[in-house]
Design a protein around this ligand. Structure first.
Ligand SMILES: NC(=O)c1ccc[n+]([C@@H]2O[C@H](COP(=O)([O-])OP(=O)(O)OC[C@H]3O[C@@H](n4cnc5c(N)ncnc54)[C@H](O)[C@@H]3O)[C@@H](O)[C@H]2O)c1
Length: 339
């Protein structure tokens, strides 16, 4: 089978490309490099030892997508390409709606023109918003609290209406929790434009001596150690989840929605300790006030993916930290600094 992967040069997309190629799929990567470095696809080629097709194209432009669909015989699409910063989406919502909603519509119309009706879509736990009382299953009300989360909820609504209107579509909506880790080779990892803001890269920067210390926002939450709890999931587990989603189309047609998470949360303080063990470095931190909008605990119930797709996360926090650390030791600033 030939799979088109939009955003396949990005963090989760590049790891999924490796997993698909390792499983014997043919892959075409489409990316406009808005948030990734050309060296990512080179790393994918080195790891897989395969000449992976890369097309620089923008999902917002139908003529660029048509060119790719005309050139290859595509069986299914995995759609990662999106803008993903919650903070940035509050400052620049229109760009988020343009890429994450209008871009999806452009892609779907192009798929329809080319009679491709199998789609795996990257959604996010952000659609649940301030959902309390974890673990969170897929039937919870969607109450996103950011423009980013609302673009994902809107995209899901679009796909739901589409699947209801035409039975030919097979659509798997995957709601990821917090993607972390890197490829075990240490050659492929998270390399966004700018400084990554999430916890594990921030820990890596302190361990490397790039930053002096970490700021922990709030240790007075109603959690066992007072710091926030999140469901981190290794990017290799996420990548494998996409294989299961593609294979699941045979048994579970139409539209299906799955959480991809570990189903287990780690607090910020537990994660700091785990990173200290993985890196052998002390991580100094300062406790500051809570950040507005942070919820105490976000943990998935991922049992539907296990039941329907036979998928469950395998890696625990130790491997997530060890693999992030291996990558960051080789590429402290992502691919840019090694140019
Ligand atoms: N990283 C996470 O923890 C997380 C959690 C939940 C959901 N997601 C979703 O998963 C998907 C992938 O996330 P990621 O962490 O790999 O992000 P990423 O930014 O590393 O990857 C996205 C890729 O899409 C590309 N892209 C952006 N706009 C494009 C456009 N208009 N045309 C073509 N390519 C474009 C970027 O250059 C980048 O390579 C996104 O849809 C994101 O919203 C990520």
């Amino acid at each position: 089978m030939t799979i088109l992967i939009t955003g396949g040069n990005g963090f989760i997309g590049s790891h999924t490309t490796v997993a698909l190629i390792d499983a014997g799929y043919d892959v075409i990567v489409v990316d406009n490099l808005a948030n990734s470095h050309p060296k990512a696809i080179e790393a994918v080629r080195t790891i897989t030892q395969r000449p992976v097709a890369f097309e620089r194209a923008d999902i917002r432009r139908s003529e660029e997508l048509d060119r790719v669909f005309d050139a290859f015989d595509i069986d299914a699409v995995i759609h990662f390409a999106a803008l993903k910063s919650v903070e940035e989406s509050a400052d620049d919502p229109l760009s988020y709606y343009e890429t994450n909603v209008a871009g999806l519509l452009t892609l779907i119309q192009c798929m329809r023109r080319h009679e491709v009706s199998n789609l795996v879509f990257s959604s996010s736990a952000a659609v649940y918003g301030d959902c309390i009382d974890p673990p969170i299953d897929e039937d919870r009300r969607l109450e996103p609290t950011s423009p980013y989360g609302r673009t994902k909820a809107m995209a899901e609504a679009l796909l739901t209406d589409l699947a209801a209107s035409q039975s030919a579509w097979n659509i798997s909506i995957l709601r990821y929790f917090n993607a972390v880790g890197a490829h075990r080779s240490g050659q492929l990892g998270e390399s966004p434009k700018g400084v990554p803001r999430n916890l594990l890269p921030a820990l890596g920067r302190v361990a490397l001596g790039i930053d002096d210390g970490l700021i922990v926002n709030g240790t007075d939450y109603d959690t066992p150690d007072g710091s926030c709890i999140r469901d981190y999931i290794h990017v290799a587990d996420l990548a494998r989840g996409h294989l299961h989603a593609l294979e699941g189309f045979e048994k579970h047609g139409g539209l299906n929605t799955y959480n991809l998470g570990c189903g287990r949360g780690y607090s910020v303080l537990e994660t700091i300790e785990a990173f200290e063990r993985a890196s052998g470095k002390a991580i100094p931190f300062t406790v500051k006030a809570r950040r507005p909008g942070d919820i105490p605990e976000s943990v998935s119930d991922a049992s539907r993916a296990e039941r329907d797709l036979g998928w469950r996360a395998e890696y625990a926090i130790e491997a997530m930290c060890a693999d992030t650390w291996r990558w960051m030791r080789s590429f402290p600033h992502g691919y840019d600094a090694r140019a």
